[in-house]
Write a protein that binds this ligand. Structure first.
Ligand code: ADP
Length: 489
């Protein structure tokens, strides 16, 4: 078995150069499908390393801000091509470090990241302002200017896609970026950083690896960081917002969710079942902020819908993320695995709860070789239970039967989160009425798939603030407006 000493140390990217931590510390990166067997080491960045990276980004900003937006866009398009060429290699890296299965998740993620660069490269010319009609003697116009050094912090669940978003939005808009990868999934992000670095001037993109409380916190409070963009838990998001408040820097936060899925009585069919499985992100082990994890099933179709759902879920192959036939890989680490197990135990222990499928992970057999949890469905749940209120971030679907439309919409909104929502209903008038009444930043009607570059994505309530994934998101979150007033009289 490989020991930590034998694995490769993969450097960070600072000022265009491969860089180790000044204090020499490292963090082991493990394969969760092999109970965290080490696969590589990365530097453990501390405050000193963060300072150097931010300084490099600050220096690079002085000239990058003056590069024409369309030229910045052309560079994004070249990065997109290079990312596409390296997609398979990156997909394998993601699958190995996160446990996300190659075919349904890691490969589409790597390709999706290339798509993100392509999208923002294409819209770079739209970083334009407007003129204001205030009379013949005044020329008033607004410019969209970059903000400065962006501090980006990303989680492990979709590391390369989320990293690509932060890079493409920040850098296309003329900012420079210090990106802190998640300690559990830095390898794909470092590989992407090196690809970008082949095309960008040194210091425009810097990628750090390190723990959140060390490198992440130091980045959030750094005085030269003029914008913070964070994706992760609501709890850490609050601390990022506090850090931003101290220096009055704009912040965008993409946080957690407990997204409702409302199924109407006219939607008891296989297509909807498939959509609910996709929406719950079972093939990502439910480790997605947009997972539709609270299923509100109309009482009249409860039994027959669940029967179909169970047979779909039973057909999913759980196992080695690198096996092409695998539908579901492993949970990211021991801590999350334990957390998911605690939620399952708590959920099935509630009075009236019915375990329809799954439950506690197997105690023996091949699935004990990694952090595997099988698809789990608990029905007859109460919307007040912890499993129905808190984000589990595991393959645990909680079903709440309903019979009154007013009541189900009230329950759907009875959450401190408001990220995504799913409405399944053939009557489009009724479906849109529900979509408009649900307090979420993103509602899908009769669709359960993921985000597409070009649509603004972000949360209501404690799911976050700011919008990403779109031109508007880039304009609103990664540029600042300057108004220029010229007296022509
Ligand atoms: P998760 O629970 O999904 O790991 P976190 O919010 O803890 O989500 O982590 C998301 C990202 O935030 C990671 O890159 C992590 O290192 C970073 N992080 C964690 N704690 C802090 C902190 N106190 N300050 C800044 N970043 C942090």
């Amino acid at each position: 078995m490989t020991t930590q000493e034998e694995v490769q140390l993969v450097p960070m990217l600072v000022g265009g150069e491969p860089t180790l931590a000044k204090a020499g510390g490292t963090i082991s990166v493990g394969n969760p499908a092999r109970l965290n067997r080490p696969i590589a080491k990365v530097p453990r960045a501390l405050e000193d390393d963060v300072n150097t990276a931010v300084q490099a980004a600050y220096t690079a900003f002085q000239s990058w801000r003056r590069v024409q937006p369309r030229e910045r866009g052309r560079i994004m398009l070249r990065i997109a091509d290079a990312m596409e060429a390296a997609a398979e290699e990156i997909a394998v890296l993601i699958a190995t470090e996160t446990g996300n299965a190659l075919a349904p998740q890691s490969r589409p993620e790597a390709k999706g990241a290339a798509d993100v660069f392509r999208y923002f490269g294409g819209v770079a010319g739209e970083l334009k302002g407007e003129t204001v009609p205030l009379g013949e003697d005044l020329l008033v116009y607004n410019r969209r200017e970059p903000i400065g050094v962006v501090g980006g912090i990303i989680p492990w669940n979709s590391p390369v896609l989320l990293g690509a978003l932060k890079i493409a939005m920040s850098v296309t808009a003329g900012n420079t970026l210090v990106l802190k990868a998640a300690e559990d999934a830095p390898l794909g992000v470092l590989r992407m950083g090196n690809i970008c670095n082949d095309f960008l001037p040194p210091g425009v993109l810097n990628v750090l690896t390190g723990y959140g409380e060390e490198a992440g916190a130091a980045l959030a409070v750094h005085p030269l960081v003029r914008k913070l963009s964070f994706t992760g838990s609501t709890e850490v998001g609050k601390s990022i917002m506090h850090a931003a408040a101290d220096r009055i820097v704009p912040v965008s936060l993409e946080l957690g969710g407990k997204s409702p899925v409302v199924v109407y009585p006219d939607s008891d069919n296989d297509t909807v079942v498939q959509g609910v499985v996709a929406g719950m992100r079972f093939t990502r082990q439910g480790q997605s902020c947009t997972a539709g994890s609270r299923l509100f099933l109309h009482e009249s179709i409860h039994d027959s819908f669940l029967e179909k759902l169970v047979s779909k879920l039973q057909a999913l192959k759980v196992g080695d993320p690198l096996d092409e036939a695998t539908d579901m890989g492993s949970i990211i680490n021991q801590k999350q695995f334990d957390r998911v197990c605690q939620y399952i135990e708590d959920g099935i222990g509630q009075s009236g709860a019915e375990l329809v499928l799954g439950g506690m992970p197997p105690q023996n057999g091949p699935l004990t070789e990694g952090y595997y949890v099988t698809p789990t469905v608990i029905t007859r749940a109460n919307n007040d239970w912890r499993v129905a209120r808190e984000e589990i971030f595991g393959p645990v679907l909680v079903v709440v039967p309903w019979s009154d439309e007013e009541e189900v919409l009230r329950m759907a909104n009875d959450s401190h989160y408001g990220l995504a929502a799913y409405v399944w209903c053939q009557n489009i008038k009724q479906a849109l009425n529900a979509a408009h009444r649900i307090d979420s930043g993103w509602v899908q009607v009769n669709r359960g798939l993921g985000q597409i570059p070009g649509h603004s994505y972000g949360g209501f309530k404690m799911s976050g603030m700011g919008r990403e994934f779109s031109l508007e998101g880039m304009l609103d979150s990664f540029t600042q407006r300057k108004s220029v007033t010229v007296n022509l009289a």
